[in-house]
Design a protein around this ligand. Structure first.
Ligand SMILES: Cc1cc2nc3c(=O)[nH]c(=O)nc-3n(C[C@H](O)[C@H](O)[C@H](O)COP(=O)(O)O)c2cc1C
Length: 223
């Protein structure tokens, strides 16, 4: 697989088989993704990779949390701006509707949609879950560096026939994740990530999201 194929075939996968990911393969990909660039070479990514019993422990803690105290704590960052303007609002709405259409959960079924969102906290059945942190002293440039690490990893995963889904949803329950993982106090949780082999038989596997045309986001001058 070349880079173009990895880029074209990467999609957020939300249904996985239970086929495990070989630990040495995961270590290798996590390590090589750190070839991603970062301003000043700070390499600000801080990653927990969980599988087996540690993964089960986190999922169990989240199940208990959602059963007993589902209201999330004060967020450490806003996943979206509070009043999203166009065209972002429509784009966000479109991916949600496309997803629920494939799942057969209509808009009126608010409880069904909410319940489905909770699959985030099962890592969509993936055998590996990441928690991606960044030091609190870091600002937007370093958060962007973390994004570059994550995209590099997601492309390397594709090369190995693996799929992924980045998950900001996990940041909402940073307190529960923190209680299980006990990260250094100065770290803040950006997102989780599900990693595994895609379940190609799942209806959601047909989800292909749209992209706005080049002219809508790029201004080309002299080229
Ligand atoms: C940083 C980040 C966080 C995301 N968080 C979630 C999430 O919590 N749950 C989810 O189902 N998808 C999440 N996504 C996936 C996006 O919805 C997805 O990337 C977008 O709709 C484009 O679709 P594609 O990844 O299949 O191309 C996240 C993506 C990124 C990059």
């Amino acid at each position: 697989m070349n880079v173009s194929e990895a880029v074209a075939s990467r999609r957020s996968v939300r249904a996985f088989t239970d086929q495990p990911v070989a630990p040495e393969l995961l270590r290798d990909l996590l390590s090589r993704a750190a070839r991603a660039p970062s301003g000043g070479n700070l390499q600000p990514w801080r990653i927990y990779a969980l599988a087996g019993a540690p993964l089960a422990e986190l999922k169990e803690a989240m199940r208990l949390r959602l059963r007993t105290k589902p209201t999330p704590p004060k967020p450490e960052y806003l996943v979206y701006p509070p009043a999203l303007t166009e065209p972002y609002r429509t784009q966000r709405f479109a991916v949600g509707e496309a997803m629920y259409a494939l799942l057969g959960i209509p808009r009126e079924n608010k409880i069904g949609r909410l319940q489905w969102i909770q699959n985030n906290f099962e890592f969509f059945g993936a055998p590996v879950g990441l928690m991606c942190y960044v030091d609190r002293q870091m600002g937007p440039p370093q958060w962007s560096d973390l994004g570059m690490y994550l995209q590099t990893l997601m492309l390397l995963l594709r090369e190995q026939g693996l799929d992924s889904c980045a998950q900001e949803a996990w940041s909402l329950y940073h307190d529960t994740v923190g209680a299980v993982l006990a990260p250094p106090a100065e770290w803040t949780l950006f997102c989780g990530m599900s990693i595994g082999y895609a379940d190609r038989s799942a209806p959601l596997d047909r989800l292909v999201t749209e992209r706005a045309p080049l002219e809508s986001f790029a201004t080309l001058r002299g080229c």
